[in-house]
Structures are given as structure tokens and as C-alpha cells.
Design a protein around this ligand. Structure first.
Ligand SMILES: [Zn+2]
Ligand SMILES: [Zn+2]
Length: 239
């Protein structure tokens, strides 16, 4: 796992597949996503390297249930005592009570998905026993008030988090940046691609300076302009 500072209060955590983010308010830390299963100890190590005790991690907010984002949540809850939070539609999947619905692949996504699947740990993993259920419009107590946006499409219960005080947006997998050229685009491996594009537009309308994606380099300045330009590329041309 690589750790990269983005802002004085924000670090990017990069895993073999996917990314998580560590936000700091004074002595208190919030994780946005938890990496794949097996990441708990590495994340706790990164917290220690920043000079914080494991117990400083107050909450782990999951953008969605996919294993590259939620796999480490159970281990982290055990290591830190953090509260795990997910949209109410995803919480039963995160707790391991029901399987998550698989993506509906576009043909070109299949080889990409096979590649990603090879990098993820196999078998079952520690699930968080308790998951606080979130809904659209909830405001969470970090980053000066983090608004939960329910953005179904990538999964039914995908959420984004918007920190208006800081102009920071965590998109989960509704938005991604290409590993090849950094191009910003709707995420891949969606349950419903059209709804993902609609959700992408909703996020592009927000006032955002810094946009943090589930995959690919974040945009660290004037992110709203970049997102709006990318959203326009998906407009249907007039007949
Ligand atoms: Zn992902
Ligand atoms: Zn995903």
C-alpha cells in the first residue's frame, strides 16, 4: 500500500486494486473506504506513521460494497474500534448477510475485470459486525460536515461524500480517472451504466475543488470544471 499526501488534512492510500482516503480533523481521523481484505494492518500502520493511535480512526465510511473498497472494513473495525458506515441498501452486503449483485459487464470490461480479480485476495474475510446505515442527505461529523449523496448506478447503494467547507468530493466508483492518461470518466463494472452516468452528472454539478476517485489519480484543483467537461462528453448529440 502506498500513502500519498494530497492536502494538509488528506492522504491517499493506494492498494494493488483501488484507493482509500484518510481525512483528519484535529486528532480525529475518518477513512473513506477500507481497501481490499487484508489491508487493515497496513492502514493501521499508516495511521501510526502519521503519529496517531489506532483509536483516532473514528469512522470508516464505505462508498459501496465492492471488495476493493469494503474488504478491509471488518479488520479495521477490530483494530481501531471505528464505526463502519454504508448506505442502507449496501449494509446487509457489507455485513455479509446477503451476496452483492454482480456488475452487468460491457464486453470491453470483461478482460479488465479478470485482471483486477486476479489481484484481489480470494475467499471470505472478516466482516464488520455492525454497520451504521446512511441515507441521502445525511450529514456526517467530519470535514466540517460531510454530506452523503446517494448515487445509485455503480451499485444500488453507492454513495459520494461532499465536504462543502473544503470543496472536497469523494466519488467512490461513480467516477474514475484512467490509469493510462488520467482522463476522468464514469467508473467501470457497473450494475447499471446509464444510472452511473446520471449519477456522474449529479456529482459534476457540485462545487468541487478536489475530487477523489475510487480508482485513478485525484484531481487536486478546479475539479468541478474537469468533471463538467467529462460529463458533457456523455451528452447525447442532437439529431
Ligand atoms: Zn473499485
Ligand atoms: Zn466498485
Amino acid at each position: 500500500m502506498d500513502v500519498m499526501p494530497l492536502l494538509p488534512r488528506l492522504h491517499l492510500l493506494r492498494f494493488p486494486v483501488g484507493q482509500a482516503y484518510l481525512w483528519r480533523d484535529g486528532d480525529e481521523l475518518t477513512l473513506i473506504d477500507a481497501g481490499p481484505a487484508g489491508s487493515g494492518a497496513a492502514i493501521a500502520g499508516a495511521v501510526a506513521a502519521l503519529g496517531r493511535a489506532a483509536g483516532a480512526v473514528r469512522r470508516v465510511v464505505l462508498t459501496h460494497f465492492h471488495e476493493d473498497h469494503a474488504g478491509g472494513a471488518g479488520e479495521l473495525a477490530e483494530l481501531t474500534g471505528a464505526e463502519v458506515m454504508a448506505h442502507r441498501l449496501e449494509a446487509p452486503v457489507v455485513r455479509g448477510e446477503v451476496p452483492g449483485p454482480p456488475p452487468v459487464f460491457e464486453d470491453w470490461e470483461r478482460p479488465l475485470h479478470e485482471q483486477a480479480a486476479r489481484l484481489l485476495p480470494k475467499g471470505d474475510f472478516t466482516r464488520p459486525a455492525r454497520v451504521t446505515e446512511l441515507s441521502d442527505g445525511d450529514v456526517l461529523g467530519f470535514g466540517g460536515g460531510a454530506t452523503v449523496l446517494h448515487v445509485p448506478g455503480h451499485t444500488d447503494g453507492s454513495v459520494a461524500l461532499h465536504l462543502p467547507c473544503h470543496g472536497v468530493l469523494f466519488t467512490g466508483d461513480t467516477v474514475a480517472a484512467s490509469p493510462l492518461d488520467g482522463r476522468v470518466m464514469p467508473g467501470v463494472f457497473n450494475l447499471d451504466r446509464d444510472r452511473t452516468v446520471a449519477a456522474f452528472r449529479r456529482l459534476a454539478d457540485l462545487d468541487t475543488e478536489v475530487a477523489c476517485f475510487g480508482h485513478g489519480d485525484p484531481v487536486t484543483g478546479r475539479a468541478a470544471e474537469v468533471l463538467r467537461r467529462a460529463a458533457r462528453a456523455h451528452d447525447t448529440p442532437p439529431d
